[in-house]
Design a protein around this ligand. Structure first.
Ligand code: CMX
Length: 448
């Protein structure tokens, strides 16, 4: 067994036993009350799943295994890769709960380099699509096409003891993460650069090689990719892409099918596609105003006109967060250090001044602050990655780290098929009828 797998096995089998004991002794303990507003309003805030890899606080934002993003920037090993944390280190942390050493991160990079073997039919499946197909559609189809390689599906067909599910899930996770940058960059080069594909560079770390295969050289862009792929990785289990992957995985669909489903969820404009929508919206604004350096007043007018036309301001608001997203702030800090004079970055900062008070004044937006997607595109544009139709794929490569490491945990802990309960509107109308309580009262009277 490899060292990471061994460590994961030891930690997860211990927790699985603990969890079983907790369930046996305290299974009837109440942890939540559900209101009608939550039933109708998209299940906001209902606690209903276990997600080991990260926790989201409305005020303090995301914590990966208890560590905030600024803490991870300090603590995760960087090796000889500059100042930003390496996503390999975060993956190790999410899977084991421990900050890895430099040597462990190097081992993981090496593993992912060698596991990046993609069968030709995956490239053929991408090539069969019209080149203008959205990059997220191509990405999701490629992941599904790669399902032929699932170790879990093969071993399950052969007859697999449920206590061993975690093992092939771990193998699929490692293989998938190793392969995703290659798939993503193949799509990018095909869609936007006439198929001028760039071969891998075996000497680089996971994110550095990704930047290289995109065709954007320079140490600063590699640093950005390391930060980007780290901070987008996980956002607890309730967000749509994580929850979708979790739900599909709970049916014992393999990690390829579960991740493809999660990516389809990420592709919605209220979720991961918002990063594309932000730059689309900013470009439209700059075109409409006719300048690259709009004034506060011009931005205010444009924001108001977007709202008046019944659309949301992309990159603002969040279902859980109630303060500026620490992932936004981490990107802002990066921009302050690396490219503070960039026009597009300065537009993003001005929008950050303008939008929150306007959203707040509407009186209905629970979080007027920017989320992760408000800043990411401007940094990419600054370094020359201007094709915003590709941005959600970058998010999706990173998100795989979180949702797949969480899937390893789900199978190792023996979590069951997810199956919440739906109701019809007739049931709701029944619940709120005054006479709905009458039978119970009448019964109580009779008993007296
Ligand atoms: N612009 C305009 N109106 C907004 C808004 C925004 N950025 N954010 C919320 N609102 C509106 C909602 O549309 C809703 O209006 P109605 O009552 O008329 O339907 C009202 O404010 C209340 O919404 P909420 O409870 O504050 O927010 P939700 O939890 O329902 O939705 C989110 C959260 C992210 C979908 C929403 O804020 C939004 O649409 N933001 C813009 C899209 C975006 O940036 N998505 C990316 C999120 C991060 C990610 O997953 O990647």
């Amino acid at each position: 067994m490899d060292p990471l797998k061994q460590k994961f096995f030891e930690k997860s089998s211990k927790l699985r036993d603990e969890l079983r004991a907790i369930l046996k002794k305290h299974g009837t303990k109440k942890v939540d009350d559900v209101t009608l507003a939550q039933v109708i309003g998209g299940a906001r805030g209902i606690k209903m799943m276990i997600w080991e890899t990260s926790r989201l606080d409305p005020v303090h934002g995301i914590h990966f295994r208890g560590y905030s993003i600024p803490e991870l920037k300090e603590l995760l090993p960087k090796g000889d890769c500059g100042k930003q944390p390496r996503p390999e280190g975060l993956f190790w942390l999410m899977l084991t709960g421990d900050i890895p050493t430099d040597e462990e991160v190097r081992w993981l990079t090496d593993q992912w380099t060698h596991r990046c073997v993609i069968p030709q039919h995956v490239f053929d499946a991408i090539d069969a699509l019209p080149v203008e197909t959205h990059a997220m559609t191509q990405y999701s189809i490629a992941i599904s096409a790669m399902q032929t390689e699932s170790v879990f599906a093969k071993r399950y067909n052969e007859g697999l003891n449920k206590n061993e599910y975690w093992d092939p899930i771990y193998e699929d996770t490692m293989n998938l993460i190793a392969r995703l940058p290659r798939i993503a960059t193949y799509i990018y080069r095909r869609k936007y650069h006439g198929g001028d594909d760039i071969p891998r560079d075996f000497s680089q770390d996971w994110a550095g090689n990704f930047a290289h295969m995109l065709g954007i050289e320079g140490e600063d862009f590699k640093s950005l990719m390391r930060l980007y792929l780290t901070i987008h990785a996980d956002h607890e289990g309730g967000n749509a892409s994580a929850h979708t992957t979790h739900l599909v995985g709970s049916t014992l669909s393999d990690p390829y099918l579960a991740l493809a489903a999660g990516m389809n969820s990420l592709a919605g404009p209220l979720h991961g596609l918002a990063n594309q929508e932000v730059i689309h919206w900013i470009n439209n604004m700059l075109d409409a105003i006719g300048t690259k350096t709009p004034t506060t007043e011009q931005i205010t007018n444009y924001v108001n006109s977007t709202l008046a036309s019944g659309r949301v301001i992309p990159g603002y608001g969040h279902a859980v967060l109630r303060r500026p997203d620490p992932r936004f702030m981490a990107q802002k800090a990066f921009a302050e250090e690396y490219c503070k004079d960039s026009d597009i970055v300065n537009v993003i900062w001005k929008v950050f001044e303008v939008v929150p008070p306007i959203l707040e004044s509407l009186g209905k937006v629970k979080n007027p602050w920017p989320n992760v997607d408000a800043h990411s595109g401007a940094l990419l544009v600054h370094y020359g990655l201007k094709e915003y139709g590709f941005y959600t794929v970058l998010f999706g490569v990173s998100r795989a780290l979180g949702v797949l490491s969480a899937m390893c945990w789900s199978r190792a802990l023996g979590l069951p098929l997810e199956r919440p309960k739906s109701v019809t509107t007739d049931s709701i109308k029944e619940w709120i009828k005054p006479e709905a309580k009458a039978p119970a009262k009448a019964k109580a009277k009779k008993q007296k």
